[in-house]
Design a protein around this ligand. Structure first.
Ligand code: 4NP
Length: 146
Protein backbone atom coordinates (compact mmCIF):
# COMPACT_ATOMS: atom_id res chain seq x y z
CA UNK A 1 0.00 0.00 0.00
CA UNK A 2 1.71 3.16 -1.17
CA UNK A 3 0.87 6.85 -0.80
CA UNK A 4 2.96 10.02 -0.68
CA UNK A 5 3.86 10.40 2.98
CA UNK A 6 2.99 6.97 4.44
CA UNK A 7 1.28 8.71 7.33
CA UNK A 8 -2.36 9.24 6.24
CA UNK A 9 -3.79 6.93 3.56
CA UNK A 10 -1.49 3.93 3.24
CA UNK A 11 -1.26 3.26 7.02
CA UNK A 12 -5.07 3.08 7.07
CA UNK A 13 -4.98 0.76 4.04
CA UNK A 14 -2.39 -1.44 5.75
CA UNK A 15 -4.41 -1.65 8.96
CA UNK A 16 -7.68 -2.36 7.16
CA UNK A 17 -6.22 -5.05 4.91
CA UNK A 18 -4.29 -6.75 7.74
CA UNK A 19 -7.50 -6.99 9.73
CA UNK A 20 -9.41 -8.46 6.81
CA UNK A 21 -6.77 -11.03 5.91
CA UNK A 22 -6.81 -12.17 9.54
CA UNK A 23 -10.60 -12.51 9.41
CA UNK A 24 -10.32 -14.50 6.17
CA UNK A 25 -7.44 -16.65 7.41
CA UNK A 26 -5.23 -15.60 4.50
CA UNK A 27 -1.44 -15.85 4.66
CA UNK A 28 -0.54 -12.50 3.06
CA UNK A 29 2.26 -10.17 4.06
CA UNK A 30 1.06 -6.57 3.99
CA UNK A 31 3.03 -3.39 4.47
CA UNK A 32 2.85 0.25 3.46
CA UNK A 33 5.27 2.90 2.29
CA UNK A 34 5.41 6.44 0.97
CA UNK A 35 7.07 7.63 -2.21
CA UNK A 36 8.36 10.66 -0.27
CA UNK A 37 10.95 10.71 2.50
CA UNK A 38 9.63 13.52 4.71
CA UNK A 39 8.00 11.38 7.38
CA UNK A 40 10.33 8.36 7.61
CA UNK A 41 10.17 6.82 11.09
CA UNK A 42 7.05 8.70 12.15
CA UNK A 43 3.83 7.30 13.55
CA UNK A 44 0.75 7.54 11.34
CA UNK A 45 -0.96 10.93 11.39
CA UNK A 46 -3.01 11.32 14.60
CA UNK A 47 -6.18 11.68 12.49
CA UNK A 48 -5.53 8.32 10.79
CA UNK A 49 -4.84 6.73 14.18
CA UNK A 50 -8.12 8.14 15.52
CA UNK A 51 -10.14 7.09 12.47
CA UNK A 52 -8.74 3.56 12.68
CA UNK A 53 -9.53 3.45 16.41
CA UNK A 54 -13.12 4.46 15.72
CA UNK A 55 -13.36 1.29 13.62
CA UNK A 56 -11.63 -0.93 16.18
CA UNK A 57 -8.20 -0.94 14.50
CA UNK A 58 -4.89 -0.11 16.18
CA UNK A 59 -2.31 1.17 13.68
CA UNK A 60 0.12 2.60 16.24
CA UNK A 61 2.65 -0.19 15.57
CA UNK A 62 3.32 1.35 12.15
CA UNK A 63 6.24 3.66 11.32
CA UNK A 64 6.56 5.47 8.03
CA UNK A 65 9.08 4.22 5.50
CA UNK A 66 9.93 5.15 1.95
CA UNK A 67 9.08 2.92 -1.00
CA UNK A 68 12.23 1.51 -2.63
CA UNK A 69 12.96 -0.55 -5.73
CA UNK A 70 13.50 -3.58 -3.45
CA UNK A 71 9.75 -3.56 -2.81
CA UNK A 72 9.19 -4.59 -6.44
CA UNK A 73 10.89 -7.90 -5.67
CA UNK A 74 9.52 -8.34 -2.15
CA UNK A 75 5.82 -7.90 -2.97
CA UNK A 76 3.51 -9.44 -5.56
CA UNK A 77 1.15 -6.50 -5.64
CA UNK A 78 1.91 -2.81 -5.18
CA UNK A 79 -1.16 -0.65 -4.76
CA UNK A 80 -0.90 3.09 -5.22
CA UNK A 81 -3.45 5.36 -3.59
CA UNK A 82 -3.56 7.82 -6.52
CA UNK A 83 -2.22 8.48 -9.99
CA UNK A 84 0.68 10.57 -8.75
CA UNK A 85 1.79 7.78 -6.43
CA UNK A 86 1.41 5.33 -9.33
CA UNK A 87 3.69 7.38 -11.58
CA UNK A 88 6.23 7.93 -8.79
CA UNK A 89 6.39 4.18 -8.14
CA UNK A 90 6.94 3.35 -11.82
CA UNK A 91 9.75 5.90 -12.04
CA UNK A 92 11.73 3.56 -9.77
CA UNK A 93 11.10 0.61 -12.12
CA UNK A 94 14.18 1.45 -14.16
CA UNK A 95 14.11 -1.61 -16.42
CA UNK A 96 10.31 -1.57 -16.79
CA UNK A 97 10.03 -5.06 -15.33
CA UNK A 98 7.39 -4.63 -12.68
CA UNK A 99 4.53 -2.65 -14.16
CA UNK A 100 2.37 -5.79 -14.02
CA UNK A 101 2.60 -5.72 -10.22
CA UNK A 102 1.52 -2.09 -9.83
CA UNK A 103 -2.09 -0.94 -9.75
CA UNK A 104 -4.22 1.77 -8.20
CA UNK A 105 -6.25 0.51 -5.28
CA UNK A 106 -9.57 2.00 -6.38
CA UNK A 107 -9.37 0.01 -9.63
CA UNK A 108 -10.75 -2.86 -7.54
CA UNK A 109 -14.04 -0.96 -7.27
CA UNK A 110 -15.82 -0.84 -10.64
CA UNK A 111 -17.53 2.49 -9.95
CA UNK A 112 -14.23 4.15 -8.91
CA UNK A 113 -11.90 2.76 -11.59
CA UNK A 114 -9.14 5.22 -12.52
CA UNK A 115 -9.81 7.43 -9.51
CA UNK A 116 -7.43 8.26 -6.68
CA UNK A 117 -8.01 8.11 -2.94
CA UNK A 118 -8.14 11.83 -2.04
CA UNK A 119 -5.23 13.04 0.06
CA UNK A 120 -6.78 13.99 3.42
CA UNK A 121 -3.65 15.70 4.78
CA UNK A 122 -5.17 19.18 4.47
CA UNK A 123 -8.74 18.08 5.18
CA UNK A 124 -9.57 16.98 8.73
CA UNK A 125 -12.97 15.75 7.56
CA UNK A 126 -11.53 13.62 4.77
CA UNK A 127 -10.28 10.74 6.88
CA UNK A 128 -13.57 8.92 7.39
CA UNK A 129 -14.29 9.05 3.65
CA UNK A 130 -10.82 7.67 2.95
CA UNK A 131 -11.47 4.90 5.47
CA UNK A 132 -14.74 3.94 3.77
CA UNK A 133 -13.16 3.88 0.29
CA UNK A 134 -10.26 1.75 1.49
CA UNK A 135 -12.55 -0.60 3.39
CA UNK A 136 -14.61 -1.24 0.25
CA UNK A 137 -11.49 -1.56 -1.93
CA UNK A 138 -9.90 -4.08 0.46
CA UNK A 139 -13.08 -6.19 0.44
CA UNK A 140 -12.96 -6.22 -3.36
CA UNK A 141 -9.23 -6.95 -3.34
CA UNK A 142 -9.72 -10.03 -1.17
CA UNK A 143 -12.66 -11.15 -3.28
CA UNK A 144 -10.62 -10.85 -6.48
CA UNK A 145 -7.17 -11.96 -5.30
CA UNK A 146 -7.89 -14.06 -2.21
P1 4NP B 1 -0.41 10.56 2.71
O1 4NP B 1 -0.71 12.11 3.05
O2 4NP B 1 0.33 10.55 1.38
O3 4NP B 1 -1.77 9.96 2.61
O4 4NP B 1 0.43 10.02 3.83
C1 4NP B 1 0.29 13.08 3.07
C2 4NP B 1 1.09 13.20 4.17
C3 4NP B 1 2.06 14.18 4.21
C4 4NP B 1 2.23 15.03 3.13
C5 4NP B 1 1.41 14.89 2.04
C6 4NP B 1 0.46 13.92 2.00
N1 4NP B 1 3.23 16.03 3.18
O5 4NP B 1 3.28 16.84 2.24
O6 4NP B 1 3.99 16.09 4.15
Amino acid sequence: MVCLGNICRSPLAEGILKNKIKEHGLDWEVSSAGTGAWHIGELPDSRSIRTAQQHGLDITDQRARQFTAADFKDYDLILAMDGSNYRNILQLDLDSQYEHKVNMILNYIDALKGQGVPDPYWDDDGFEKVYQMLDEACDALIEQEG
